[in-house]
Design a protein around this ligand. Structure first.
Ligand SMILES: C[C@@](CO)(OP(=O)(O)O)[C@H](O)COP(=O)(O)OP(=O)(O)OC[C@H]1O[C@@H](n2ccc(N)nc2=O)[C@H](O)[C@@H]1O
Ligand SMILES: Nc1ncnc2c1ncn2[C@@H]1O[C@H](COP(=O)(O)OP(=O)(O)O)[C@@H](O)[C@H]1O
Length: 283
């Protein structure tokens, strides 16, 4: 992954929030969270080609997202601005993750752009600096740059790595896009869940404080959670809409997916030990 090659794909994996508590609110309105981020082996793919004219061009615009607002383009431009780099890039995005799904798709795309262009443009920024740049794009971007499954605090930018066992997830995509801001804006949102110590977290501890709000606004999420709960404990990821459940073997997960009602979308993913680009040589 050291040279420009339009044919080599850079992964942008999804994340699951194994739990998510809202423990407070900052003066600027942003919510203080505690969550565990887990990467899974299902996600978007990005390809890059150099441009000598300094422009950042998205060859594959997403329906409903103007290229100027696309997080991939914004990440590349922010990196140019942060470093004074005058190189350009053409970006191709193979979108597999649903938008507004709580899987962090746009944030993961942005992080992969930062990691890839840091390498391809020869910028040599340390990962910690890329995390800072990423935070300006969204609260979810730093974890994808950080690259390790982690207990996260603050708005999701202070990390304690966690070791997670190899398990499989069934992830279902209710057919709704949830705007994250709408969930956090709700007067009904619980904002005072007691904080826990990172060392006290174990798989299975905690719930998702955003779930009751999302379920109330989008009945499809409740329907998908109800269906999946018949097989294993089911939970929403992030601000929704996607829901997931954990299984010990790929066969157990595949059996659930095989029973999915006609017209429902879902997939099986393996929980990763770390982000696929975690080993990329950023200092
Ligand atoms: C909820 C989480 C959990 O991982 O994931 P998603 O469901 O979006 O994937 C994240 O905290 C989301 O991060 P991200 O999607 O990057 O959100 P941002 O673009 O930074 O914020 C969108 C809006 O949500 C609200 N917001 C977001 C994060 C936060 N800690 N407090 C907030 O109040 C703010 O109103 C903000 O303007
Ligand atoms: N590259 C991108 N991929 C997905 N969404 C993007 C992208 N760029 C901008 N967006 C905008 O960000 C919103 C949130 O997308 P996404 O990150 O997929 O959801 P979530 O934050 O729920 O995980 C989308 O609805 C879309 O308007």
């Amino acid at each position: 992954m050291s040279d420009w090659n339009w044919h080599s794909a850079w992964p942008a994996p999804a994340k699951l929030n194994l739990f998510l508590h809202v423990v407070g609110r900052r003066a600027d309105g942003y919510h203080l969270l505690q969550t565990v981020f887990r990467f899974v082996d299902h996600g978007d793919l990005l390809r890059f080609a150099p441009r000598a004219d300094g422009e950042v061009v998205l060859a594959t615009p997403l329906p409903g997202v103007p290229p100027e607002s696309d997080l991939t383009v914004r990440a590349a431009r922010l990196l140019q601005a942060a470093t004074g780099c005058r190189d350009g890039v053409e970006i191709a995005l193979e979108k597999r993750l649903p938008m507004g799904g709580g899987l962090g798709g746009g944030s993961s795309d942005a992080a992969t752009v930062l990691l890839a262009l840091n390498r391809l443009w020869g910028l040599g920024l340390p990962r910690a600096r890329l995390q800072e740049v990423g935070l300006a794009l969204g609260a979810d971007v730093p974890i994808f740059v950080y690259g390790r499954n982690a207990f996260a605090e603050g708005v999701g930018e202070a990390f304690t790595p966690v070791a997670l066992s190899s398990v499989w997830y069934v992830v279902l995509e209710p057919p709704v896009q949830v705007p994250t801001a709408d969930i956090f804006r709700s007067p009904a949102l619980r904002r005072d869940t007691p904080a826990i110590a990172a060392t006290d977290w174990r798989p299975g501890v905690g719930g998702n404080d955003l779930q009751p709000i999302a379920v109330e606004l989008y009945p499809a999420i409740a329907e998908y959670l109800g269906w999946l709960s018949a097989f294993a404990e089911a939970r929403m990821t992030g601000s929704g809409a996607c829901v997931f459940a954990e299984f010990a073997t790929p066969a157990a997960a595949a059996a659930v997916l095989a029973a999915l009602p006609a017209g429902w979308r879902g997939w099986v993913a393996r929980g990763l030990p770390e982000h696929p680009l975690a080993g990329l040589g950023a200092p």
